[in-house]
Design a protein around this ligand. Structure first.
Ligand code: 16G
Ligand code: ZN
Length: 531
């Protein structure tokens, strides 16, 4: 077939280094950008096949998120804007690792196993972050799409969640919104303005927010968005990419892991600040307290703020919808306790990685999911959205219920339900704080984090560690869990777990306890048990 000849020819322009083996990990392929040209071409091929199979538009995002600037990566986006289904992650790995002369066989194998009709049309949306390598790598993806006769739309520089959004809009025939960057800004800004317009006496101080753009795509896009917000939010942007290096001493991952303010952000006491990561799908908040103490408001605090707000609105609206919060083992013990015992919401724990949380959140009418690292969003079931909409339009209902339903409706419109989105999450948090008349300190005071520590341990083979119970316990090697338990038992309010990283060749150790000294000591002791 002529199509396969084209693949053969074009693939020679994107040759695979012999023997190189890469894995489609938690969030796609991610490694030094010099090793990725062939992977990109092949992901263009695979996205085209996935599009033929699903008869829908598929997305390909070129980014390595919070990794250093020299790295790059790629992730595939399924028709509703969610991460590609696990069975196809396996194909992605097979295709990426096929030696040059095996590529056609590997490709035909996917076509056969999935019974794909090659006559079916294909459409692929492509986006990229601001890394220097992203230009040529996204071109390699497009080459792959075209080699199999697929149609493409190149969105160029967009955040990861913007690309997810475009794919969802396209496949729902515009019901979710318009599949353009401007359409995205319009939908979110209108919802934000609707939510905040009736808040009395919002001062300039309350509208002010410092944003650390991690020197990445988020900085670029939040600038574009700002004009749509009509001064309802006044952003001071730092690390906008004009001089600093991507993710270097800044960004959400740096702030969360180091528990300190990013370089270049000049914050005065009590000012609200937030940091995005390199592809703007994560956000964390922070402020400087009395005596300059740094206070972090991570994904757990965000989930608590949002779920409290939603629960209150549901009560006011008299809507009987089940709300749940989905977390991972990294969630601070205090947040889980607060959500379960005080808020009385259902809490679920899943394995690390957005796809796991997203999946679990889909089980509920309203599923709020956040990783402690700041990646998260809220999912509304179709039935929940319909109930909210019906009540918002019901002129027979009383004012309080109607007001709450309208707020809920605009909240739904403000949220990017396809994946965690730093810009959308930021607007939601700002709206909630405004509506509830809360300062960042009051938000922070909802509960107090247990002191915690994360460490990385280098081991010969991290795969010998196998976990269960949403990564909270190990099943192998033998004796490790007992060793962890005996150390945990020495401390008060303590918890610790270890898991092999899905993105780096290390084992991660997490510990929390009643004091920082105890958390540090426990993390250290557990990391010695891992060797
Ligand atoms: C990826 C995941 C993130 C997870 C992290 C864990 C997505 C989009 N991203 O960045 O959710 O927290 O990996 O990394 O799924 P680790 O396995 O190295 O700890
Ligand atoms: Zn990211």
């Amino acid at each position: 077939m002529a199509q396969f000849e084209e693949v053969s020819q074009k693939s020679a322009v994107h040759p695979k280094p012999v023997g190189l083996v890469l894995q489609y990990g938690t969030a796609g392929f991610r490694t030094n950008s010099k090793q990725l040209d062939h992977v990109m071409f092949r992901m263009g091929l695979l996205a085209t096949l996935r599009s033929k199979k699903t008869k829908a538009t598929i997305g390909v995002m070129v980014t390595a998120s919070h990794n250093p600037e020299e790295d790059n990566g790629v992730k595939l986006v399924d028709p509703m804007g969610e991460m590609v289904t696990p069975a196809w992650e396996v194909y992605a790995t097979q295709l990426a690792n096929a030696e040059q002369e095996e590529l056609l066989t590997a490709l035909k194998d996917v076509i056969e196993r999935e019974a794909i009709s090659m006559a079916q049309e294909a459409s692929v949306f492509v986006g990229k972050d601001t890394r220097p390598s992203s230009d040529s790598l996204s071109q390699a993806v497009l080459d792959g799409v075209h080699a199999l006769g697929g149609h493409s739309k190149d969105y160029g520089l967009v955040t990861t969640p913007q690309l997810h959004y475009m794919v969802c809009c396209q496949n729902t025939q515009g019901r979710y919104g318009e599949a353009t960057v401007k359409g995205y800004y319009r939908k979110l800004s209108q919802a934000f303005i609707q939510l905040t317009k009736n808040v009395p006496n919002r001062t300039d101080d309350q509208k002010a927010l410092l944003v650390d753009g991690a020197n990445g795509i988020g900085a670029l896009k939040v600038c574009e968005m700002e004009t749509y917000l009509k001064n309802e939010l006044q952003l001071s942007l730092f690390n906008d990419g004009s001089s600093g290096k991507l993710n270097h001493l800044c960004g959400a991952d740096y702030v969360k892991v180091q528990q300190r303010a990013p370089k270049g952000v000049e914050m005065t006491a009590g000012e609200r600040c937030c940091s995005y990561d390199g592809d703007a799908d994560r956000i964390v908040y922070y402020y400087s307290g009395s005596a300059g103490r740094f206070h972090l408001l991570d994904g757990d605090k965000i989930a608590t703020l949002i779920s409290t707000y939603l629960k209150e609105l549901l009560t006011q609206a008299g809507l009987d919808l089940q709300i749940a919060v989905v977390q991972t083992a990294y969630a601070n013990g205090s947040s889980t306790q607060y959500l379960e015992d005080t808020m009385k919401v259902i809490v679920r724990c899943t394995k690390t990685g957005v796809k796991h949380l997203h999946h679990a959140a889909q089980e509920f009418d309203i599923g709020v999911y956040f990783e402690a690292n700041g990646h998260g969003t809220v999912l509304f079931s179709k039935a929940a959205e319909e109930k909210i909409q019906k009540l918002a339009q019901d002129s027979n209902t009383n004012d309080e219920r109607r007001r709450a339903a309208l707020l809920l409706q605009n909240t739904v419109n403000l949220i990017n339900q396809t994946v965690g989105d730093a810009i959308s999450d930021m607007l939601l948090i700002e709206a909630v704080l405004a509506i509830r008349g809360m300062t960042v300190q009051q938000w922070d005071a909802i509960y107090t984090d247990l002191p915690n520590r994360q460490l990385k341990v280098k081991v010969a083979d991290r795969r010998v560690i196998d976990t269960t119970d949403a990564e909270r316990r190990t099943v192998s090697p033998a004796g490790l869990q007992e060793a962890i338990d005996s150390r945990v038992n020495k401390y008060r309010r303590a918890r610790s777990f270890v898991r092999p990283s899905g993105t780096e060749d290390v084992v991660r150790v997490y510990a929390e306890a009643d004091t920082q000294e105890s958390a540090d000591a426990l993390a250290h002791e557990v990391s010695l048990a891992v060797y």
